[in-house]
Design a protein around this ligand. Structure first.
Ligand code: SF4
Ligand code: SF4
Length: 121
């Protein structure tokens, strides 16, 4: 039995509410039913929902990412996705640059870069 399976719902809540330094560096979930509830609003695919247009800082996932998924859990826009290789990707059309993912990343592998310092894609 994995560590996440053996924990009760209230114990998982305690983990997710711990500070970045205290909580487990890697949390594994088999499916969404194991996640503690987190309120998020999904991105709207219309001009009003394109929050990436008013971003000042861009979060960039660095090579040291251990694929723990904590950024995915915390992004309030729900726009960090896992690709087929198991890597996490940020949808910059909707990313508003709030920096929550960078703040919560337990390995400091999300760098916030000022948009004006980034060369054209
Ligand atoms: S960027 Fe950080 S929080 Fe996101 S999956 Fe990688 S290590 Fe985890
Ligand atoms: S900065 Fe990070 S947490 Fe904020 S919207 Fe973009 S991907 Fe999500």
């Amino acid at each position: 039995m994995s560590e996440s399976e053996s924990k009760s719902e209230s114990e998982k809540w305690k983990d997710i509410n711990k500070s970045k330094e205290e909580r487990p560096k890697v949390q594994e979930y088999k499916n969404w039913k194991e996640l503690p509830p987190i309120p998020i609003s999904f991105a709207i695919d219309a001009s009003i929902g394109r929050t990436g247009d008013w971003r000042t800082f861009r979060p960039i996932i660095l090579e040291g990412c251990n694929k723990c998924g904590i950024c995915w859990m915390y992004c309030p826009e729900g726009i960090i996705k896992k690709n087929e290789e198991g890597e996490f990707e940020i949808d910059y059309v909707f990313c508003k640059g709030c920096g929550i993912c960078a703040k919560e990343c337990p390995t400091d592998n999300i760098k916030m870069v000022r948009e004006s310092d980034i060369e054209d894609d």
